[in-house]
Design a protein around this ligand. Structure first.
Ligand code: AVI
Length: 338
């Protein structure tokens, strides 16, 4: 990954309103535009150890596949976290206190916030994602269900920049970051991201975050190698997305899905391994792969509770609470900016 791929900039708040509803329309940012994405993809693919940033999983098809992954029997993360949130929603709301706005990076289908909306009752919800269509559909559904809630979806690459609508900066802010998406950063990137969030949100702001915990390798290996092959399809779909951005001719079926728990590094790694010798053409160049060459597509880092509390503390967040399931597979942790 390029060293600048997580740079944030702070922008003046801006909103665009839909003529039809008066509500903020999905906002698109230049940094998720085609030129920027092309440059980022090519930098990763031409690196000594080729990689594609895992954010490129989430085009429309990828977001749908991820939604299917979340319901797979092997993928314990979603249901375990949902159980923690729904079993503890009242205690969580009481611990968090009054919240004006909830900001959720990588919100996808806006499913997880539903566990908290009734008890937390924020005025504003800002779901962020790079998949605009998927986000807008989810936002519309949420507006219909929670009439008092202002839903201000933002199409943005939160890996790079975080520009919030003015309404999200009113009242006390809560960053809601479920799903162990933080695990898709390396620990160094995660710390950097959390530090920037603390600075942007300001003292007293909250962070409610889902963090996947250490566990037996067999459980992790099964979770990322499901029997139905949905995770494999999700992994390969990243090449369809790359084809569109690069005007390239990747043949996804010429790459094998590889996912394994790297125990010493406490992370699941996903790769796409070339099954044949092949040349992939893209507009303006070509990429050669020998059989066995691989493209890394994801890290999914796992933490102990203590290690994550320490990581967040260095980034300026004080731990106030932690909820977990009976097997201690997953944690939902609450922090405030010091
Ligand atoms: C989004 N993220 C937390 C998922 C994970 O488990 O790291 C993405 C995923 N990759 C394979 N399966 C799910």
């Amino acid at each position: 990954m390029r060293s600048n791929s997580l740079q944030y900039k702070e922008f003046a708040p801006q909103e665009r309103r839909s003529a039809a509803t008066g509500e903020a329309a999905v906002q698109a940012r230049d940094d998720v535009g085609p030129e920027h994405q092309r440059e980022e993809l090519l930098t990763g693919l031409h690196a000594v150890e080729p990689s594609i940033n895992s954010k490129f999983f989430y085009d429309s098809a990828g977001s749908e596949l991820f939604a299917r992954i979340c319901h797979l029997p092997e993928y314990y993360l979603t249901r375990t976290e949902a159980g923690i949130l729904s079993d503890n929603s009242r205690t969580i709301a009481a611990t968090l206190g009054t919240v004006g706005s909830v900001i959720e990076p990588g919100a996808g289908g806006c499913e997880k916030i539903r566990h908290l909306l009734k008890d937390l009752a924020p005025g504003v919800y800002v779901p962020m994602d790079i998949s605009a269509d998927y986000l807008e559909r989810a936002a519309q559904q949420l507006r219909a269900e929670f009439e008092a809630l202002r839903v201000l979806p933002l199409t943005a690459d939160f890996n790079r920049e975080l520009q919030l609508p003015g309404a999200a900066l009113q009242g006390r802010r809560l960053l809601f970051y479920p799903g162990s998406t933080i695990g898709n950063f390396t620990p160094e990137q995660a710390q950097w991201f959390l530090r920037r969030c603390a600075k942007m949100l300001g003292p007293g702001s909250g962070l409610l975050i889902g963090v996947d915990l250490h566990k037996d390798s067999a459980i992790l290996n099964a979770a990322y190698n499901d029997a139905q092959g949905v995770t494999a399809a999700f992994n390969r779909n990243i090449l369809h997305h790359a084809n569109r951005i690069l005007d390239a001719d990747f043949e996804p079926q010429n790459f094998e899905h590889l996912a394994f728990y790297n125990k010493p590094q406490h992370r699941v790694e996903m790769h796409l391994v070339s099954s044949v010798e092949q040349t992939v053409q893209y507009q303006g160049g070509a990429l050669g792969f020998a059989a066995g060459d691989s493209i890394r597509t994801e890290y999914s880092c796992k933490y102990s509770r203590e290690d994550f509390v320490h990581l967040a503390a260095v980034a300026g967040w004080r731990n106030l609470a932690c909820w977990t399931d009976s097997q201690e597979w997953f944690s939902v942790q609450y922090f405030e900016v010091e």
